[in-house]
Design a protein around this ligand. Sequence first.
Ligand SMILES: Nc1ncnc2c1ncn2[C@@H]1O[C@H](COP(=O)(O)OP(=O)(O)OP(=O)(O)O)[C@@H](O)[C@H]1O
Ligand SMILES: [Mg+2]
Length: 348
Amino acid sequence: MGFWNAFLKMDTGIVGLDIGSRSIKAVEASHKGGRFIVARHGTAPLPPDAIVDGEIMDREVVIECIQDLLRESGIRSRHVASAVSGRSVIVKRITLDSMTTEQASEVIYWEAEQHITYGIDEVSLDFQILGEAGQGKMDVLLVAAKKETVDMHTSLLRDAGLVPVIVDVDSLAVQNAFEANYETDKSEKVLLLNVGASVTNVSLLTGGAPLFTRDLSVAGNAFADEIQRVLSVDRDEAERIARSPREEDRERIGPILDTVGQDLLLGVERSLSYLRGVSGSAEISRALLSGGGALLPGLHGYVANRLGVPVEIADPFRSLDFDEALFREGEREEVAPSLMVAVGLALR
Ligand SMILES: Nc1ncnc2c1ncn2[C@@H]1O[C@H](COP(=O)(O)OP(=O)(O)OP(=O)(O)O)[C@@H](O)[C@H]1O
Ligand SMILES: [Mg+2]
């Protein structure tokens, strides 16, 4: 899926570039003999106000950060797959009369008009047929992003010296990384929670195909905000405590994890009950946590407890080929969950 596909020769590899509000992540992958090989990866932090709510506030800082990141991680390919996010992106599950992909690509424009709050001329549209919905209908995942947002995004990448080949959406990149790495039963429903700094992407898949996706505004920042407020510490200290595995810190933030975790799970449960409404059942068999927030000590246990199903921390390199030297000792566990989106993009 992508809004903007250019002619691309796949011999140099493609860079999945995940421009988050907290950090930029890059993963370079190439395609050999039907398999993906991950060649390089890297992460670079962004200053707090460079990106707010998915919107780029400080262009120069972001461009410089991307360039430094690619140079320091030794990434040579200039072809990038990246994603837009925030309020200008809409991902929605809709129902159409059954038809071919070709026919759908003609009517989607008219159908989308009823589901999108922006003027239809202002958005880039894409869609994916999910499957039969019975009674001559089919389910379709509609993806729309404001053209202005996509244009600003691609022009920033070009100014950074890059060639944008695909512009995707975070939640769909998460799904892509999942599909490339995990096997699922046809009937089982898997919940994906990608907990970033400002956004948590919630997706539900069945038989590997997306059923539903929604973004929640409770993520890593909400935990740090609450720690800062309740313990009266500064931001850096709050971030440190949030990540600290030390017993005394864990005890101090136990109640905070409960409060914010509750908010997060409320959003997840709302999504599941919405789905119960549209598809009759939302019994999930397991959940996968990714994003930097997946590493918040205690979150994994909290989510598992609340959902009552097995919860795993995602490893987007699980089924991919890579050189042993790709990760320093212990580095894979440390960075893999937060590279979920970047991997999903690099595999497009
Ligand atoms: N090792 C770690 N231990 C605990 N928490 C971590 C760790 N690494 C990152 N985090 C938390 O994860 C969050 C950042 O995750 P991530 O890098 O996925 O966000 P982002 O993609 O930059 O943001 P967004 O997608 O929301 O704009 C922060 O809140 C941070 O505190
Ligand atoms: Mg992110």
